[in-house]
Design a protein. Structure first.
Ligand SMILES: [Zn+2]
Length: 297
């Protein structure tokens, strides 16, 4: 399992290879904030003025650094992404693969950046910047967003393309009569718990997005002194749905907490026509050697 040391080494190597003062500045700031891979809109505005770059141009410079957060034991193929929220904040994302388990548990870089932003409380995503052309799975995943019609994709070789240029004649939530989509507020209420970690998982489940199965679910990880949560995000095409443990592990990684030991995992899930309990237990046992505490809500 990749450690903080490995991330630091990759960032240092990237800074040397790129030999670009903008990338050096951004990398130094990542270090200063303990590798938390998010920048505020205010920080971005300062850099935009300092380097005379638009936010999208700045995000393109961030890509080699975002790719350093990848976990790629299978492909050794580093994908970095930056999601720009309506707040102006930048959220990094990177692909993550888990060896010794199924390919289907993989996290794509665009999903990583979007789920990072969603958990951080962002209201919508305006721009997606990524160092490789989005795959079909990610195009479909992004079509679930409340900004799918206006979302712009920016690649090193081509900028300002609408998502729907990459996904013409698309199938999405409106085809299944869903109007409150991903990033719109979700209002589910479940019975509370007195255990703080369990309660955190229940709150995450309340905020999760599962309009097709109604199997709302959330995860809470005890990571040292901190609690990190993850939420399930469903997709109209089902398979690109994003699981709650992936969501939490992704947030932990992009928060720079790679080496912090996870001591407890709680999963809260609404009882429905399907369940992600089995697949979540499988990843938890394979990757973290931990059993999950499962709460039916
Ligand atoms: Zn993808």
């Amino acid at each position: 399992m990749a450690t903080l040391f490995a991330l630091q080494a990759r960032l240092e190597k990237t800074v040397l290879e790129q030999n670009n003062p903008i990338i050096t500045t951004i990398s130094n700031q990542l270090k200063a904030q303990n590798y938390r891979a998010k920048f505020s809109g205010t920080q971005i505005q300062t850099w935009s003025e300092q380097f005379e770059l638009s936010p999208v141009e700045l995000a393109l410079h961030c890509l080699p650094l975002a790719a350093c957060y990848a976990l790629v034991p299978v492909s050794n193929f580093y994908v970095g992404a930056v999601a720009i929220g309506v707040s102006g904040n930048f959220y990094f994302g990177a692909n993550q693969e888990f060896s010794a388990t199924a390919m289907q548990q993989t996290i794509h870089a665009e999903q990583s950046a979007i789920m990072h932003a969603w958990l951080a409380g962002e209201q919508s995503i305006q721009d997606m910047i990524v160092n490789h052309t989005p795959c079909g799975h990610c195009r479909q995943f992004m079509n679930e967003l409340n900004t799918a019609k206006t979302l712009k994709i920016h690649l090193p070789h081509s900028q300002n393309n609408l998502l729907h240029n990459y996904l013409p004649d698309s199938f999405g939530p409106t085809d299944l009569n869903i109007t409150q989509v991903l990033f719109d507020a979700q209002h589910h209420t479940f019975e509370p718990s007195t255990d703080p970690l369990t309660q955190a998982a229940i709150v995450a489940a309340q905020q999760s997005y599962a309009p097709y199965s109604q199997a709302m679910s959330g995860i809470a990880l005890q990571v040292g002194e901190q609690v990190i949560t993850g939420r399930y995000a469903e997709n109209a095409a089902f398979n690109p749905s994003f699981l709650p443990l992936q969501s939490a592990l992704n947030y932990r990684r992009l928060s720079g907490l790679l080496d912090e030991k996870i001591t407890r995992i709680v999963m809260a899930e609404k009882q429905a026509v399907l369940s992600h309990r089995g697949i979540t237990e499988e990843l938890s046992q394979t990757l973290l050697h931990l059993d999950i505490e499962y709460i039916a809500v």
